[in-house]
Write a protein that binds this ligand. Structure first.
Ligand code: OOG
Ligand code: MG
Length: 283
């Protein structure tokens, strides 16, 4: 090959390379609204997608913007905001998922299931259950509350189970990814409401499957006391401009790792002093 031919060939190749990479980057660089559509569609189709952070670099604040945009799709379909959930408020959860900070997401009317009901698996990708504590809000919250004033805004507390179902392949994500995916929120079951004065700082929380305890810990694993999780929820909601109206549910986050579900299981969470909540996986 003469030197000229070589240079022409090299030039052509480089031009092609530039064209290809600009095609790939315009194709991959989606805006928050387009990324929100991806996670929303994955949830609707129950089909996992690659982690967004593999093709896009974005911040936690961007993750919350994507989450808000994906929720707008749900509201447009008629789902109502019923509350908020805290995530990664225990060491056990952070360790299981390989992340380092707490997060918050939104709960909608379509996620709330009746205690004791049957959960069909076909609308989920790879659902997991985790035992939780839920707060029922009594008065509108529009600012960060102190730990001391929080009880005044709460009506009752209950044992709960959260179903999480990451829209990402293999349930693998970065903190930004999981925030964008509304913190894996998929469904929740709430037990009978109990006196809000019940001390929550050191209650035994267990998840049982078919009568056997599969996870157990103390509620102290949740930031030392689940009330701290509620306090953090008021801080984060205020920071991101999300009001918490009276009647909202606030999930404090799991004290234990989450457990994959399979057909036919009887799942129950038992929280000392608060009672139990249960569902059956369709078999
Ligand atoms: C994210 C949700 C975390 C909790 O209770 O810590 C969460 C996930 O683990 O997929 O809900
Ligand atoms: Mg949870």
């Amino acid at each position: 090959m003469s030197q000229t031919t070589f240079l022409v060939t090299l030039g052509g190749f480089m031009q092609l390379a530039v064209l290809t990479s600009s095609f790939i980057s315009t194709h991959l660089q989606m805006n928050p609204e387009q990324l929100a559509t991806l996670v929303d569609q994955a949830a609707m189709d129950a089909r996992p997608i690659p982690q967004l952070s593999l093709s896009h670099s974005f911040s936690e604040a961007d993750g919350y913007a994507i989450q808000a945009a994906s929720m707008a799709h749900r509201y447009a379909r008629g789902e109502k905001l019923i509350g908020l959930k805290m995530g990664f408020t225990s060491e056990a959860k952070m360790k299981q998922m390989g992340v380092h900070d707490m997060i918050w997401g939104r709960l909608t009317s379509s996620m709330l299931r009746e205690n004791g009901s049957v959960l069909a698996l076909n609308t989920f990708i790879h659902p997991r259950a985790e035992p939780e504590i839920c707060f029922l809000i009594q008065k509108d919250i529009e600012r960060e509350l102190s730990l001391e004033e929080a009880p005044e805004y709460v009506e009752a507390v209950a044992a709960a189970i959260e179903i999480i179902d990451s829209r990402y392949q293999n349930f693998k994500f970065s903190l930004e990814d999981v925030i964008a995916d509304n913190c894996s929120s998929a469904a929740l079951f709430v037990g009978a409401w109990q006196d809000k004065h019940t001390p929550l700082g050191d209650l035994k929380i267990s998840l049982m499957i078919d009568g056997e305890v599969v996870q157990t810990d103390s509620s102290a694993a949740i930031l030392g006391d689940p009330w701290r999780s509620l306090q953090a929820a008021t801080r984060l909601a205020h920071q991101y401009g999300q009001p918490i109206p009276a009647g909202s549910y606030i999930m404090a986050g799991a004290a234990t790792p989450a457990v994959f579900l399979s057909a036919g299981q009887e799942v129950k969470a038992v929280v000392e002093a608060l009672g139990e909540v249960t569902f059956t996986v369709e078999g």
